[in-house]
Design a protein around this ligand. Structure first.
Ligand SMILES: Nc1nc2c(ncn2[C@@H]2O[C@H](COP(=O)(O)OP(=O)(O)OP(=O)(O)O)[C@@H](O)[C@H]2O)c(=O)[nH]1
Ligand SMILES: [Mg+2]
Length: 314
């Protein structure tokens, strides 16, 4: 899971034939809507989202080809400024690795707000790369008149290339964003096939989908330091459908109390996590899916560099 997933540009790119292609990094503090934005841009859910911060833990590349232009978007974890542990250091390393060599940065904030955590992310951006200030969740701003003075104050913080107040949940805004991004991408041949959506494997999408259901079906009582490890991912010829995928996965938590929370009363919560993941994965993988879930306690894993790596983080 830690293999680099950003394509390297070939030394002598083949003739572009009018094609455009480039990398666009999506960065920001936790929970501002980066992954919601990526999914809307790609047109398919490839990056999990939830109300909890720290949902995204890997660099996830998603592509969309429109006309002659291939947009290669990179979703990143929210930059962590609150707790210093091995997991958060790994997440921040992923963010730093993603903002370097790109054609454009979409710096996502919540419209009308700018906190120290936003300022920290802005300070990481490399000079020379154009940055679009994407003021997301505009639908949450009820006093629209306050946005103009706020944008003006943002102008003084950084030489942003453009200001885009919008909502990742509004398809018209997403359409407009393609036109805004296109001019920053160089003329060069596409890196991916026209219909490719992501560079991530099916196994990765499976573990992420299970983690999303875990995050969504447990309240704030389950700390963010839980993760999912895939123990088995086997494809077998199906009897009633063309594909059948058998998955066994372990949910790793830090305490016995968390284990009880994940399992729920008479096992009803873990059952629901499995069912919701299965329904979504059957569509995503176009297969009949069986999921077996286990819960394991590994106290202190998020503080342990070796464990963090063994669970697939950079
Ligand atoms: N109202 C509103 N909510 C949004 C919008 N975009 C995202 N959200 C919500 O904001 C929450 C966080 O969204 P994510 O896409 O997971 O945020 P993220 O920035 O990827 O979060 P991390 O991966 O944890 O850094 C979810 O509950 C989304 O549904 C928007 O435009 N309007
Ligand atoms: Mg995310």
């Amino acid at each position: 899971m830690s293999e680099p997933n950003v394509p390297t540009v070939p030394e002598a790119p083949p003739s572009s034939d009018g094609q455009r292609c480039g990398l666009i990094a999506i960065v920001g503090k936790p929970n501002v809507g980066k992954s919601t934005l990526l999914n809307a841009l790609v047109g398919q859910k490839i990056s999990i989202t939830s109300r909890k911060a720290q949902t995204t833990r890997h660099r996830i590349t998603g592509m969309r080809t429109v006309g002659a232009t291939q947009f290669v978007f990179v979703d990143t974890p929210g930059f962590q400024t609150r707790h210093d542990n091995a997991l958060n250091r790994s997440l921040n390393k992923t963010v730093l690795g993603a903002v370097g060599d790109v054609d454009l940065v979409l710096f996502v904030v919540e419209a009308g707000s700018f906190t120290l955590a936003d300022a920290k992310v802005l300070s990481l951006l490399k000079p020379g790369v154009p940055v679009v200030l994407l003021a997301n969740k505009l639908d949450n701003v009820h006093r629209r008149a306050e946005i103009a003075p706020w944008l003006k104050s943002m102008q003084e913080r950084h030489a942003f290339a453009e200001f885009v107040p919008m909502s990742a949940k509004n398809p018209k805004d997403i359409e407009r964003l393609f036109a805004i991004c296109e001019k920053y991408l160089p003329e060069q041949a596409w890196w991916y096939a026209e219909d490719e959506l992501t560079d991530r494997s099916e196994k990765f999408l499976v573990s992420e989908t299970i983690r999303e259901k875990l995050f969504r079906l447990t309240g704030d009582e389950l700390p963010y330091t839980s993760t999912v490890v895939i123990d088995q991912f086997n494809e077998e010829p199906g009897k009633t459908s063309s594909r059948m995928v058998r998955i066994a996965a372990t949910i790793v938590v830090e305490r016995d109390g968390h284990k009880a929370m994940v399992i729920g009363d008479k096992g009803e919560r873990i059952k629901r996590i499995g069912t919701e993941a299965r329904v979504e994965l059957e569509k995503l993988l176009d297969a009949k899916v069986f999921i077996e879930l286990w819960v394991k306690v590994r106290s202190g894993w998020a503080d342990d560099e070796a464990r963090v790596r063994s669970f697939g983080y950079e």
